[in-house]
Design a protein around this ligand. Structure first.
Ligand SMILES: C[S@@+](CC[C@H](N)C(=O)[O-])C[C@H]1O[C@@H](n2cnc3c(N)ncnc32)[C@H](O)[C@@H]1O
Length: 263
């Protein structure tokens, strides 16, 4: 059933500019990984699900026929289209909907991308089934998102940090869980790279908790709790998350994975 995720729209609507300027979103490793795995072609029609600041949509646009920038937040889509105009790109269109309910007919895209957004989705399975439905047979899926640890204690801490950072966080999955979800949605030729064990992060040196919280307008008390949890974590956890104290700030690793598959 289709539904608008109102809290998500309220959270992200005012942040369009912050996400457009974010270094990890603009220059993070997974952006290049998506393009490398997809090998975009001049004839491709691409759907970029949850486009946010539009970095993935804008990275693919020069290489393909059409990019549809999709997001549940209208201001994110409008900003992406504005950035495309500024960059002289005329092959972007926009659409506003939840990822769980994509307003396109079956089999009209060659590629579906989605970067750093699935952890906000109410129903990952429904979003993947929608991606599968709108892909033509043999079409390519390339999604990247936060990766959950397999260790339950570390995973619980990752989840706590994310929910404190942004209350619209829903969940993250391990590489094995992503594989199951993709299989369940009918994908084949599934490959998963990165994750906690491979320590894949967007930028070398990890994430500044202060910048991370500033970008999402995390309330001060939640930010203080994030810093406390990271500082007071036991040594093995600090090592696993690459925690480094930096004066008033703390750096740590937000691990990513990249999932590719064919419809
Ligand atoms: C971190 S941003 C995406 C970053 C972007 N894809 C990039 O490459 O830089 C997360 C985006 O997910 C969108 N979002 C969250 N939940 C959604 C949902 N259920 N359906 C569609 N978009 C959603 C938010 O509005 C936000 O723009």
């Amino acid at each position: 059933m289709c539904h608008m995720t109102r809290d998500t729209v309220r959270q992200f609507g005012p942040l369009a500019r912050d996400y457009a300027l974010s270094e990890s979103h603009a220059r993070g490793r997974t952006l290049a990984m998506l393009a490398l795995r997809v090998q975009p072609r001049a004839t491709d029609a691409v759907l970029d699900v949850a486009t946010g600041g539009g970095h993935t949509a804008l990275a693919f646009a020069p290489a393909v026929r059409l990019v549809v920038a999709h997001d549940v937040s209208r201001s994110m889509v409008q900003q992406t289209l504005g950035r495309a105009r500024d960059a002289g790109l005329s092959n972007l269109r926009g659409v506003v909907s939840p990822a769980e309910c994509i307003p396109f007919a079956a089999e009209c895209f060659d590629v579906v991308t989605c970067r750093t957004a699935a952890h906000h989705f109410d129903d990952l399975g429904a979003a993947l089934r929608e991606a599968r439905r709108v892909l033509r047979s043999g079409g390519r899926l390339a999604w990247t998102d936060l990766a959950a640890a397999t260790d339950p204690e570390l995973r619980a801490l990752q989840h706590r940090l994310e929910v404190l950072h942004d209350a619209t966080h829903r969940g993250t999955w391990t590489p094995a869980e992503w594989r199951d979800a993709l299989e369940g949605a009918g994908f084949r030729e599934i490959a998963i790279e990165g994750g906690v064990d491979e320590r894949l992060t967007e930028l070398p040196g990890g994430t500044s908790a202060a910048e991370w919280c500033e970008r999402s307008r995390t309330p001060p008390e939640a930010q203080a709790e994030i810093l406390r949890l990271l500082r007071e974590a036991r040594q093995t956890t600090r090592e696993a998350l690459g925690v480094r104290d930096e004066g008033d700030d703390v750096r740590f690793c937000l691990y990513k994975l990249v999932a590719t598959a064919r419809a």
